[in-house]
Write a protein that binds this ligand. Structure first.
Ligand SMILES: C[S@@+](CC[C@H](N)C(=O)[O-])C[C@H]1O[C@@H](n2cnc3c(N)ncnc32)[C@H](O)[C@@H]1O
Length: 508
């Protein structure tokens, strides 16, 4: 197979999925740091290394006040990302090494690497660490995600065989998708053999069965890439400390900051007996069999506590990103499920249902009822982790960003009905999930159609133009009358349940 000379072993034969990730929205990063007792830097400038299709970068640049720069060496990604950002961010197609050698970059308050560290060569990791050392401002923060071995143990050997099959036995003339699918089928055939290794790894069969439900491009990048190095948390922490003077601050994902979601009481007790934060975190990974970590590291962390911490937290304003009645009272993570305690959550959710509210007000109301600051913060983390609440930006920022988000949303809506499922909100400075049929309704409204029948007809016509049809229970609806009736119901549900929120978020 012809491979381009610039790929450095990375899978570049197919473009990466057009996903949006909310974990490094600047206000979420700042709240995570502050609530874990760290001073949070102002995030004026940020950089994403390996931005993929650039959807997260484009939404962040349009919707928030942070100035974004990024690089991804795949020129197809760069073309797509450049068209999306349309001048709102600096987007390069440099390799990490080329980018690191540039002399026209600013110092960054935040550098983000999502889905990079475990999938690049050792040489590239060194380039990245050196870049962090030279380009991260003092006091700045790094968001980094990577695979950790615990949760991969069960399928690491299967992945190895899959890679071998893909390289040497899949039919190269059949095209990439067919090759990936045949590799998945090969993995499934291994399960049927009742192999000794799989008997010793009872989780593997489930993981293999799930492969065919995943986007085949994701499987290609995650399972069949040249480089694939899960790392223990302690090793990543040591590498970043030694090479870039970074200290671990906290997990980036809010649910990973709430032990009760993933650990038993005994496990929490054992973790509590350990003083070293690195060892504690490693034990948590072990206990909940983690396969992937998202972490925040600081270059020069400074502690904040007591009144100053409370004042800083009180500066955030929250809003509900879903209907009050849709907030589930149960939470499940890593095999554990728990009920949200009504005494803690109901007052917060009821207040949020009435409109945006300052974190300071939520803390004070709870304290008046004997609920501690820690319990309030934990509840907010749970809701943030489920993306049921977001942080509201200042009025002036919202007004300033609205033209850019409107323009970006029009560009994103060019893909309505395809695999791009997020639009930008200037209110929360972030992406908002909007499913593909709803996007077709929004596109129709932008074109001046507002009646139920007009929206339904527009959506049906758009689907038909793309060779698609409405589905029911996974099956295409072939009868046009049935399809129209169903589409009208979807429009009515959208207008009643979803549109009001999208308007409050100024997505529309
Ligand atoms: C797994 S994808 C993650 C993309 C994005 N961060 C996300 O999470 O959606 C990794 C990305 O890094 C880019 N990449 C890999 N090696 C690179 C290198 N040496 N220099 C620049 N970009 C690289 C790839 O083109 C790809 O888009």
């Amino acid at each position: 197979m012809h491979r381009p000379s610039w790929d450095e072993g990375y899978t570049v034969d197919v473009d990466y999925v057009r996903e949006y990730f909310g974990d490094w929205i600047p206000d979420r990063v700042r709240f995570a740091l502050l609530s874990n007792g760290w001073q949070a830097p102002a995030l004026h400038t940020a950089c994403e290394l390996g931005y993929g299709q650039g959807v997260t970068l484009a939404i962040g640049a349009a919707a928030g006040s942070t100035t974004w720069t990024g690089t991804d060496f795949n020129p197809s990604h760069a073309v797509f990302a450049r068209a999306l950002v349309d001048g709102e961010a600096r987007v390069y197609d440099d390799s990490f090494a080329e980018f690191a050698a540039r002399d026209d970059l600013p110092m960054f308050d935040m550098i983000v690497l999502h889905g990079i560290w475990s999938w690049v060569s050792e040489a590239n990791r060194q380039v990245i660490v050196d870049f962090l050392k030279r380009r991260l401002a003092v006091g700045g923060v790094v968001y980094i995600s990577y695979n950790v071995p615990y949760g991969w143990t069960s399928v690491a050997a299967v992945r190895h065989l899959m890679k071998h099959h893909y390289e040497t036995r899949s039919d190269r003339s059949a095209g990439l998708e067919a090759r990936v699918r045949s590799t998945i089928a090969f993995a499934e055939s291994l399960v049927a053999t009742r192999a000794g290794h799989l008997a010793a790894q009872p989780q593997a069969a489930d993981r293999i069965a799930r492969l065919k439900t995943l986007d085949w491009r994701y499987v290609l990048h995650e399972y069949l890439n040249e480089d694939w190095h899960p790392d223990y948390f302690a090793d990543v922490a040591r590498t970043l400390s030694a090479g870039a003077k970074l200290g671990w601050a906290c997990p980036a994902h809010f649910h990973d900051q709430v032990d009760i979601l993933s650990l038993t009481t005994d496990q929490m007790r054992l973790v509590g007996e350990v003083n070293d934060p690195i060892a504690r975190e490693t034990m948590r990974d072990f206990f909940c069999n983690r396969n992937f970590r998202r972490d925040l590291f600081l270059r020069g962390g400074s502690r904040i506590a007591g009144r100053r911490q409370r004042e800083a937290l009180s500066g955030f304003t929250l809003m509900l990103l879903t209907r009050r009645q849709d907030v589930s009272a149960t939470i499940g993570a890593a095999g554990h499920s728990a009920q949200l305690q009504p005494a803690i959550y109901d007052p917060i959710l009821d207040r949020l249902a009435a409109g945006p509210v300052g974190v300071g007000e939520l803390i004070a109301r709870h304290e008046a009822n004997g609920i501690s600051l820690g319990q309030t913060i934990e509840a907010i983390r749970v809701l943030l982790g489920r993306y049921e609440v977001g942080f509201v930006q200042e009025e002036a920022t919202i007004a300033a960003r609205r033209p850019a988000t409107d323009a970006l949303n029009r560009r994103l809506l060019d893909f309505a009905g395809e695999d791009l499922r997020f639009l930008a909100s200037p209110v929360i400075g972030a992406g908002v999930p909007v499913d593909s049929i709803h996007q077709l309704f929004i596109a129709a409204r932008l074109a001046g159609r507002t009646k139920v029948a007009e929206l339904a007809d527009h959506a049906l016509a758009s689907l038909a133009a793309g060779g698609r049809s409405l589905v029911d229970d996974g099956k295409p609806i072939t009868d046009p009358l049935v399809a129209r009736e169903k589409m009208v119901k979807i429009v009515e549900g959208f207008l009643e349940n979803r549109l009001p929120l999208l308007e409050r978020l100024q997505v529309i």
